[in-house]
Write a protein that binds this ligand. Structure first.
Ligand SMILES: Cc1ncc(COP(=O)(O)O)c(C=O)c1O
Length: 457
């Protein structure tokens, strides 16, 4: 029970930390868009597929890939985009993006093998703790793989492996500026770049020609802008040979999709504070949204910052590694109500092993009753069939009164769900490709403004 003191403090906390409501009209439009396409979504069942399943909307993925590249090309003289495979590792997703002219950003031997099997011609291999076996695989495919080194130790190990194979490797190094101690594990501190350059020059098989920086969950470009300004100061002190050799700066991924981050009431700051004060907040029909800036806004601001801080020192190519922004809206989940235990309690045929984490305890996505569409939302616990009470799809659904056998859709489950799926109690859901369309463009061209990579040193 809350004490008198906590009860008094509580209202003040709610005022100070209240987060924006997700506008109802916008949410309704989102649901209406999907209800209008319900026949398309239900077609796989007519074709013999069974619930649960992931629907892969290839046309949406293509549209996102084209928009991402067009938006940044409008402001950057030379651009390369690499899809972060970890965000959704289904081969058809990666294949579609290769067709759209993207390279692949891989973070393990498994992902590298996937990229090689898909005949991807431009691969970057990033991530901490690459094993010797993983480095050796990258060395074996050096003509299409650029390794983004994560440490001094990795530099030494790669030099040995490349030396044994008598191969020269194109590499970059990941830089970290974060004050947050959790991010120490990534890359090297920015101020150690001069030392890294010196060591790399002594490695006969290493051609250091790029820098990488990645930050996650960017609702605004502030973190990336901070990095660019700090990097600009450092580049001013770097030797001319380094700048001449610098072919690319990779600003990572982390772009949040434009609808913003949708939250359940209990996952807002007020909800979290409330829980700490002993007030469980559960408000199934109230949804919140942390707004995200449109991609064009990121592009404009990053373009300006690069023009101001970086391009006067070196005219290099700019690379990005988007994952979530590209694939978020490109997969939806279809599940079925198996057991309606009460008007406000339904159990479905799929558990959250399908997505690998307890996403919907914090994130809000409308659960759409495709079998009985209606633009009204009802309070109801929609739960999975695993042996854990944390197996939750949502606390409400959109549609007419739910019945056993109804097909429910959870839209926009393309990012960090399919790749995290688990073989736990229930089998992971298969993927059905919703619409296969021919590639409409191959927008990824080499920029003529930029210098070519310095292969020979
Ligand atoms: C190095 C790196 N690049 C790119 C990404 C993709 O990020 P996002 O999916 O948020 O765009 C990640 C995600 O963790 C990452 O670690």
């Amino acid at each position: 029970m809350p004490t008198t003191e906590t009860t008094l403090s509580w209202p003040k906390a709610t005022e100070e930390f209240a987060e924006p409501i997700l506008p109802h009209a916008e949410l309704q439009d989102f649901c209406a868009f999907h209800f209008d396409r319900r026949k398309l979504y239900l077609q796989p069942f007519k074709d013999g597929h069974t619930s649960p399943l992931y629907l892969f909307d290839q046309a949406i993925l293509r549209e996102r890939a084209q928009r991402f590249q067009a938006t940044f090309k409008a402001v950057l003289p030379a651009l390369s985009t690499y899809y972060a495979v970890k965000s959704n590792n289904h081969p058809e997703v990666a294949r579609t993006l290769i067709e759209e002219g993207l390279g692949l950003d891989v973070s393990s031997g498994i992902e590298l093998t996937l990229a090689l099997d898909l005949d991807c011609k431009e691969i970057i291999f990033s991530g901490p703790g690459k094993t010797d076996q993983e480095l050796a695989l990258a060395v074996a495919h050096a003509e299409r793989t650029t390794i983004l080194l994560d440490s001094f130790g990795e530099l030494e190990r790669l030099e040995k492996i490349a030396g044994a194979e008598k191969k020269e490797l194109r590499v970059g190094v990941r830089l970290t500026t974060e004050g947050n101690p959790l991010w120490r594990k990534f890359g090297i501190a920015l101020n150690r770049l001069p030392e890294f350059w010196e060591k790399a020059q002594a490695c006969k098989h290493i051609n250091l020609q790029g820098l990488q920086y990645h930050s996650s969950w960017n609702l605004t470009p502030d973190r990336q802008l901070g990095f660019i300004a700090t990097l600009g100061e450092l580049l001013a002190k770097m030797p001319a040979t380094f700048l001449e050799n610098l072919y690319f700066i990779d600003l990572g991924g982390g772009f949040w999709p434009e609808p913003g981050e949708w939250l359940q009431a209990q996952a807002t700051r007020v909800g979290t504070i409330g829980k700490a004060f002993g007030h469980e907040i559960k408000d199934p029909l109230k949804h919140y949204r942390l707004p995200a800036l449109p991609l064009a806004n990121f592009a404009q601001k990053l373009g300006q910052a690069l023009t101001r801080h970086i391009f006067p020192k070196c005219c290099c190519r700019v690379c990005f590694e988007p994952g979530r922004w590209l694939c978020h809206d490109a997969m939806h989940l279809l599940i079925t109500v198996v057991d309606k235990k009460a008007d406000d309690l339904a159990i479905t045929d799929a558990g959250t092993n399908t997505i690998g984490w307890e996403r919907f305890e914090s994130d809000y996505f409308p659960v759409l009753n495709l079998s009985r569409p209606e633009l009204t939302e009802h309070s109801c616990d929609i739960l999975g069939s695993l042996c854990t009470p944390h197996d939750i799809w949502g606390y409400s659904y959109w549609g007419e009164t739910l019945q056993e056998g109804d097909t429910l859709m959870i839209p926009s489950q393309g990012a960090y769900t399919y790749s995290l799926r688990q073989n736990f109690i229930k089998a992971p859901a298969p993927v059905v490709v919703l619409a296969k369309q021919p590639a409409t463009s191959s927008a990824h061209k080499t920029c003529t403004v930029n210098t070519q990579p310095n292969q020979g040193r």
